[in-house]
Design a protein around this ligand. Structure first.
Ligand code: B12
Ligand code: SF4
Length: 608
């Protein structure tokens, strides 16, 4: 018998209720597929399905009792450096072992590593089976070309996950992946959706999905993350969501379900979200509103008119939405980016816009050398010891030591530093401008003021450009702005940094900016400012001098932040209704730390 070890290591996510890890879904797919065949089970035995970033020397030590013949490593952006370190040690200690790699991070070039024997690109099930068969026939190849599986009539990985994870670690909590289909018909150049972009959508069978959903109801799963690229692209997604909701309601552990929705928002998307209720919210991933950018990144068919349509559906279905933009895409300038942020407001999306700095993803078109040269990309490999909200929030070096985990290896993200149209200073300015809108508009007081101004003919761009200028006269703003820019420069690598600045730390600093400087709490009704008199005076001044409002008009506006925000403001011409009742989203933020503010969603109807 030959021993196979699978590795899909991921970060420790939470310490409470018990340690929480991601289930190693992809390698479970591989093993559950190949173990159907007797020539495999007669010759190979699975020795481990590793999901932690355990200290490498401990892994090697454990392997000594059953030396590995095959090691299969699953490479994602969040485990690449750890996997490389592990693979190197396995190769040194067990030189006869065949090491095979797969996952979205790998490509042909991995064969240049001394430890790397074999690479599989794209979906792994069939190629991995072929590889094991080739071992038996002594004719393995270094590289197995990507090929799509035509029928997804393949076994579910969850029984394997029971066997290797859930039953063996009964005290652990888990995050789980859920697939209902594979493939994405779009070809956005910054993306490489598990190598199945620009290809047809292949569905899993409904009966399989029903039993997988039933599985979710009965396991200590804290969150489910959909691996589909476009939830709501198929009519049947509504029925799947309904089943998912029923299972989620029965599961006392489950806090959130995160899905990527179809990019051209349609009724099905909202029907799905409605079914899922508080477990989810809908994203409109615009990425840019600049025509030329959309053309280059191949998203021309997903324009911001879509946001207006989406907002209508959001109101109709009472489903919270938010919008996303990426900063650093080709042909985007500081000006077009600011336009984009304000265009979103113009189209009626006032809830929240998130922006992300562009990341160069392995195997994506945008990361090719041609594209880097064409658009003048300069990038920075930013070391991260924790990536994002779902991976390692609040986990310290000591926690890692206590849990027997590697604490020396940092993963990295390749972040855009500048392009031929956006200098690094522009990127920083754009980010702070965004933060002004986020702070003052999305969760802040000028939301009403700006809407009022909009109704009197002042566009959002004009309004926020004036506020931007006005804020620059405040010393406290200048201090905070410099502080943010310094951190953004460290993050994007134009200023040196002693410790890695990761997304979590960057966001903490941003949050401090929000919470400390203006003392804004996150609940709309409780919003107050530190120095109310100064604030009121400057708002008054701002309205009169900058926006040109009359004193009479200033009086009717809800400028006094001491009062709770009214749900209706009626000055006979304009009616603002704010409905906060339905929009406390239980799962959308998936924040488990109490001191991290929860974003409260709310929706408005402007009657003008
Ligand atoms: C679930 C998910 C997450 C989860 C994490 C899940 C986890 N830890 O397991 C969360 C929400 C945390 C997440 C976050 C991020 N993600 Co994500 N995520 C996904 C998603 C939607 C599903 C992955 C999945 O399980 N798919 C199902 C499996 C079956 O498909 P697969 O991954 O393609 O695996 C197949 C093959 O690759 C192959 N294979 C895989 N491993 C192996 C191993 C061997 C040996 C072999 C032979 C074959 C093989 O066989 C598998 C079965 O066919 C993918 C998109 C997608 N659909 O793939 C993005 C994706 C993986 N994420 C991506 C990114 C960029 C991120 C973020 C950086 C985003 C951000 N800006 O914050 C963060 C990083 C956070 C972090 N540090 O953890 C990129 C990753 C690119 C990369 N090179 O790794 C993807 C591909 C999306 C994209 N836009 O292109 N993500
Ligand atoms: S960004 Fe979304 S729509 Fe575009 S290719 Fe990737 S998965 Fe598909």
């Amino acid at each position: 018998m030959r021993s196979i070890y699978f590795f899909q290591p991921n970060n420790l996510n939470l310490l409470k209720p018990e340690p929480v890890y991601w289930l190693p879904y992809s390698v479970a797919c591989l093993w559950s597929y190949v173990r159907q065949f007797s020539d495999i089970t007669d010759n190979f035995v699975c020795q481990d399905l590793a999901f932690k970033k355990e200290r490498v020397e401990n892994v090697i030590q454990r392997m000594e009792s059953n030396p590995p013949d095959v090691v299969a490593l699953s490479f994602y952006v969040w485990n690449t450096n750890y996997n490389k370190k592990l693979a190197e040690q396995i190769h040194i200690n067990f030189p006869e072992c065949k090491i095979i790699v797969g996952g979205p991070q790998v490509n042909y070039e991995y064969l240049e590593y001394e430890w790397c024997g074999h690479v599989i690109n794209g979906e792994g099930e069939e190629n991995f089976l072929q590889f094991l068969k080739d071992i038996l026939n002594d004719r393995t190849k270094p590289y197995y070309e990507q090929k799509r599986i035509q029928s997804l009539d393949i076994p579910s990985p969850y029984p394997v996950l029971d066997e290797w994870c859930i039953d063996r670690y009964p005290d652990y909590g888990w995050y789980s992946t859920f697939e209902t289909n594979r493939g994405c018909p779009y070809a956005c150049t910054f993306c490489n959706w598990g190598s199945t972009t620009n290809s047809n959508v292949v569905k899993f069978d409904m009966d399989r999905l029903k039993s997988e959903i039933e599985w979710f109801a009965n396991r200590p799963i804290l969150a489910i993350f959909g691996a589909d690229a476009n939830w709501g692209i198929l009519k049947r997604d509504v029925e799947i969501a309904r089943m998912l909701r029923k299972a989620a309601d029965r599961n006392p552990y489950l806090q959130g379900i995160a899905l990527q929705y179809a990019k051209n928002s349609n009724r099905t998307v909202f029907e799905v979200a409605k079914e899922l209720g508080n477990y989810t919210s809908v994203t409109c991933s615009l990425q840019s509103t600049n025509e030329r950018t959309l053309e280059i990144i191949k998203r021309k068919n997903m324009k911001s008119d879509n946001v207006a349509e989406m907002m209508k559906l959001s109101v109709e279905f009472k489903v919270p939405t938010y919008t996303e933009l990426i900063l650093g895409l080709p042909e985007e300038t500081l000006d077009t980016f600011k336009d984009g942020l304000c265009e979103i407001l113009e189209s009626g999306q006032h809830n929240q816009t998130n922006i992300y700095l562009l990341i160069m993803l392995e195997n994506s078109e945008l990361a090719s050398w041609d594209s880097r040269l064409n658009h003048g990309y300069k990038t920075h490999h930013n070391l991260e010891d924790a990536h994002d909200w779902a991976s390692g929030l609040g986990i310290t070096k000591q926690h890692k030591i206590d849990h027997g985990l590697d604490y020396e290896t940092h993963e990295s993200l390749e972040i855009v530093q500048s392009t031929n149209k956006l200098s690094n200073q522009d990127i920083c300015e754009a980010y702070v401008y965004y933060f002004m809108i986020y702070n003052f508009h999305s969760i802040g007081f000028t939301r009403y003021l700006s809407k009022y101004a909009r109704a009197t003919g002042i566009s959002y761009r004009q309004f926020y450009d004036r506020l931007w200028l006005n804020l620059h006269q405040e010393d406290s703003f200048a201090t905070q702005k410099n502080y943010l820019i310094k951190n953004l420069k460290k993050y994007t690598g134009t200023l040196p940094s002693r410790a890695p600045i990761n997304t979590v730390r960057l966001r903490d600093k941003m949050t401090n900016f929000l919470c400390n400087n203006f003392d804004v709490t996150w609940k709309v009704a409780e919003k107050t400012f530190k120095d109310l008199d100064v604030w009121n005076e400057s708002v008054w001044e701002f309205q009169r001098a900058i926006l040109g409002f009359s004193d009479k008009l200033c009086h009717v506006l809800p400028y006094n932040a001491k009062d709770p925000l009214p749900t209706t403001i009626d000055n006979s011409n304009y009616l603002f209704e704010i409905d906060t009742s339905d929009f406390q989203s239980k799962g959308a933020g998936m924040d488990h730390k109490e001191n991290i503010p929860k974003i409260s969603y709310f929706n408005e109807v402007v009657n003008d």
